[in-house]
Design a protein around this ligand. Structure first.
Ligand SMILES: *[C@@H]1O[C@H](CO)[C@@H](O)[C@H](O)[C@H]1NC(C)=O
Ligand SMILES: *[C@@H]1O[C@H](CO)[C@@H](O)[C@H](O)[C@H]1NC(C)=O
Length: 413
């Protein structure tokens, strides 16, 4: 009974405060400190990238075979390639390049259900590296230390969707010296190597744009989530998927009126996020999901439930100020945690989220736009220059072992 009164009071207070939050949106808050400045860096003139020309089987042919690769959450690898081909940072003269880029689409080999098959990815990647090492002198000069790769798979260059297997595999040996641009990020994890650039997953910008509702729409949903709670096909006994965190969300809050959560994916999904105060972003198989991007774009405060996650462009975006972080073990008290956040803190997070540069940094629009995720990646690469002289090997010197790794990965592709 007491509980019910409390909920009504809370909903009322939300209803009152949220239109104010919305009204405040046009006056977006500038992000204090260096973070905002980094977001607005212009990378042009600060780096030169050489794009290797690979046979079509490594990239274009895969997309021709299955165009779903263009819209799934791993599509960054395709759009980064297209972006670089026409970017002013591209150089056609490898002798003057700071970075070398190998356009290989390792997540564009899909199951009938549309999920990337990780099993061939290591072989595709090895084959591409071999091609580059045979046909140009630059790979052998550093064993890949001035090369970067886009590896957007669940656990990056560990190339597996199940964490245990990903950890067992480790990062593909041939990529040990390269810089990885990847979606996966978790502190002290074998699948995130030092110096990697963590990027947002791909979420289709035009599609999201088409679903924008008026910014004065009140945020009448307190907590919103759509997605799986259990993955009975891949995790029949439970406990592995989302390390149990999603199951816990469901079990604790399925009948709590503050929580609008379900597995249904309604056609109003994007509109609903714009009507919500908090959007849950729990881990799934990997700690990240496109929900983070959707939440930022739709101004819904992301509630990040993924211990030790490393968020996209964390050196440029003040995630602590925008999002709410809840430890996986604290999921059972999610209701108390969220209802005890003071209204002024909620308002401030909403104002920061309304900042267009924040949204821009999460998106890969075509054509590219200043400050978007492509430019943040270039900024990240530019900040790593100049390369340390020690990366250049002596003639004949080798660091990488071409036959290291699981035997299955060594088969030609
Ligand atoms: C680079 O090294 C590999 C492996 O040792 C070798 O097969 C290849 O021919 C070298 N590439 C060039 C361009 O010399
Ligand atoms: C390379 O790795 C293979 C497989 O682990 C190993 O048998 C071989 O001895 C290694 N070669 C060198 C030069 O370390």
């Amino acid at each position: 009974m007491g509980n019910e009164i409390w909920i009504v009071a809370l909903l009322l207070s939300q209803a009152l405060l949220l239109p104010i939050a919305q009204a405040a949106e046009p006056h977006t808050e500038r992000i204090s400190g260096s973070a905002g400045d980094v977001l607005e860096d212009d990378p042009v003139g600060r780096l030169k990238v050489f794009v290797y020309n690979l046979p079509r089987k490594y990239n274009k042919k895969m997309v021709d075979k299955d165009s779903r690769c263009l819209t799934h959450m791993f599509a960054t690898e395709i759009f980064m390639h297209r972006f670089l081909l026409s970017s002013p940072v591209r150089t056609l003269d490898p002798e003057e390049a700071d970075w070398f880029y190998t356009p290989v689409y390792t997540t564009c080999d899909l199951t009938p259900g549309g999920h990337p098959l990780p099993f061939k990815s290591p072989r595709i990647m090895r084959s591409a590296i071999q091609y580059v090492a045979m046909n140009w002198p630059y790979w052998n000069r550093t064993d890949g230390a001035d090369h970067f790769f886009v590896t957007p798979h669940d656990f990056g260059a560990c190339f597996h969707y199940q964490e245990e297997t990903a950890i067992q595999r480790g990062i593909l040996h041939l990529l040990k010296r390269a810089t990885l641009v990847q979606t996966f990020g978790q502190r002290n994890h074998v699948c995130l190597k030092e110096g990697s650039i963590t990027v947002p997953p791909y979420a289709p910008p035009q599609k999201m744009q088409a679903h924008l509702v008026s910014p004065s729409t009140p945020r009448s949903i307190f907590v919103y989530f759509r997605g799986l709670f259990y993955d009975v096909n891949n995790d029949p006994e439970g406990g592995y998927y989302a390390r149990g965190a999603r199951a816990s969300v469901w079990e604790n809050f399925k009948s709590n009126p503050l929580f609008d959560i379900s597995t249904d994916h309604p056609p109003t999904y994007y509109e609903d996020m714009q009507r919500s105060v908090f959007c849950l972003c729990p881990l799934g198989w990997a700690p990240w999901s496109p929900r983070l991007v959707e939440a930022v774009v739709f101004g819904c405060i992301p509630v990040i439930i993924a211990d030790d996650i490393v968020l996209p462009f964390a050196d440029a975006i003040p995630w602590e100020e925008i999002a709410v972080f809840v430890a996986e073990k604290d999921v059972p008290s999610l209701d108390t945690i969220l209802t005890s956040i003071p209204a002024e803190v909620i308002l401030r997070k909403q104002r920061l989220l309304a900042n267009p540069s924040m949204k821009q940094a999460m998106l890969f629009p075509q054509p590219a736009q200043a400050g978007d995720a492509f430019h943040q990646i270039l900024n990240g690469l530019a900040r790593k220059l100049p390369h340390d002289r020690s990366v250049y090997l002596k003639p004949g010197e080798k660091v990488l072992n071409w036959t290291a790794g699981p035997i299955g990965d060594l088969k030609p592709w």
